[in-house]
Design a protein around this ligand. Structure first.
Ligand code: APR
Ligand code: PHB
Length: 388
């Protein structure tokens, strides 16, 4: 098989890149290790930045998002039971869209199928070849048969545990911070407890009240990094959540049986550079952020916007300037999101071994946001998304 770009991974990064390239008239094949159902079964975050919403609409995959998504003009920050709203609309005239990553993935899958573009699911043993040459190629095994795809470029959109970064592991420089805690997340068929998302810092640990629809909610509590989800009954989860969120929210919390419950580790990670010859890394394959700033999906979007712009320049305008600038351009925005996600995590979590000074600094961070319009504007700019 021949194509212009082989995209490894059918998560948000790979599927959106495929959609953007298709719209630019660039041919791409997506290779995905799992089945489509398996990919859609992953429960992930749910906040889309202003820019992400714009990109999805411009790419022609925003109809259901605009119909079913929940536009939010702010968030609530809570600290030791006190609550303070950060009003994005008032502060910077922006909003975010609350719409599950699963739904974004579904919309992208539907668009790719409607376009008749090639996606190979359950592609095993994906292997990258000659990435530093002029004619790289990718091999994979499907139903026991080995296939080869010759291409011009390979986009490694295969996530943190993918084969792409592993292929260049001796050439990549990594930067990492592993946090000593995780997030235990619960999906429940109950109306959200509060009109806005609540990010709550508390001595017992962080808690987040998020949403999926007017009848479905997503909640998280910080848990120990070594916890097993089997140790957390629904009752234990709801009790802990009530103790950490502001009393006025705890009083009206509607609980019910969890329809999904899982623990995610928290990590900050960046791999540099994001290009190796004809191979480009994008999304989680190149970087990971703690979900405190809701940046994971949104960084995948900005990466593939930069990459698709560069590839369009290469094929349509016969210029390599865009792809040559990709890594530096993407990393500039990646590191700002890494900083923001790290800072939000530092402010809101109970760190094992934290001393009274640490707790006072966390409180001062909260008071600064509550007392300074400029500080609240800076948080708003980062949360709703820096311009591309
Ligand atoms: N061959 C083919 N596909 C692979 C391979 C491989 N060797 N390894 C991983 N994949 C697939 C995974 O099955 C997954 O579907 O690549 C896809 C990567 O998708 P994500 O992990 O979702 O990463 P990305 O598309 O960059 O999206 C980032 O997803 O995990 C969340 O928090 C993250 O919100 C962020 C977003
Ligand atoms: C979610 O709804 O899953 C969610 C929302 C905001 C975050 C992280 C996760 O910061």
């Amino acid at each position: 098989m021949n194509t212009q770009v082989v995209i490894i991974g059918a998560g948000p990064a790979g599927l959106l890149l495929g959609q953007l390239l298709h719209n630019h008239g660039v041919d791409a094949v997506v290779l995905e290790r799992k089945s489509a159902d398996y990919v859609l079964g992953r429960i992930r975050a749910g906040v889309l930045e202003h820019g992400t919403r714009t990109v999805l609409n411009a790419a022609g995959v925003g109809t259901r998002m605009e119909a079913e998504g929940l536009a939010h003009e702010g968030i609530e920050l809570a600290f030791d039971g006190q609550i303070h709203r950060i009003d994005f609309e008032d502060l910077i005239g922006r909003e975010v869209m609350v719409y599950g990553q699963t739904e974004v993935t579904r919309d992208l899958m539907d668009a790719r199928e409607a376009a008749g573009a090639v996606t190979v699911y359950e592609a095993e043993e994906v292997t990258l070849h000659d990435i530093d040459g002029d004619r790289p190629h990718v091999s994979y095994v499907k139903d026991g048969v080995t296939h080869e795809i010759a291409c011009d470029f390979i986009a490694g959109c295969d996530g943190f545990h993918g084969v792409s970064r592993r292929t260049v592991q001796d050439r990549v420089q990594t930067f990492e911070r592993v946090y000593p805690f995780g997030w235990l997340g619960v999906l429940v068929e109950k109306p959200p407890v509060w009109p806005e998302l609540i990010y709550a810092g508390h001595p017992r640990g962080f808690a987040l009240c998020s949403q999926r629809s007017p009848t479905r909610s997503r909640y998280y509590v910080q848990c120990d990094g070594t916890d097993d989800v089997a140790e957390w009954s629904d009752d234990r989860f709801w009790d802990e959540l009530r103790r950490r969120i502001p009393p006025e929210a705890a009083e009206v919390l509607q609980t019910g049986p969890s329809i999904e419950k899982s623990i995610a580790p928290l990590r900050s990670f960046v791999a540099e550079p994001m290009r190796f010859g004809r191979l480009f890394l994008a999304g989680d394959a190149a970087h990971i952020v703690p979900p405190t700033g809701a940046k994971g999906l949104n960084l995948a979007v900005s990466d593939v916007v930069y990459l698709s712009d560069g590839l369009k320049e290469y094929y349509v305008e016969r210029s390599s300037a865009g792809i040559d600038a990709y890594s530096a351009r993407a990393l500039q925005r990646v590191w700002k999101a890494e900083r923001f996600s790290w800072a939000m995590t530092q402010m809101l979590h109970a760190f094992p071994g934290a001393d009274p000074f640490d707790r006072r600094i966390q409180r001062a961070e909260f008071e600064t946001l509550r007392g300074s319009r400029a500080a609240a504007q800076a948080l708003s700019e980062n949360y709703t998304g820096l311009d591309f």
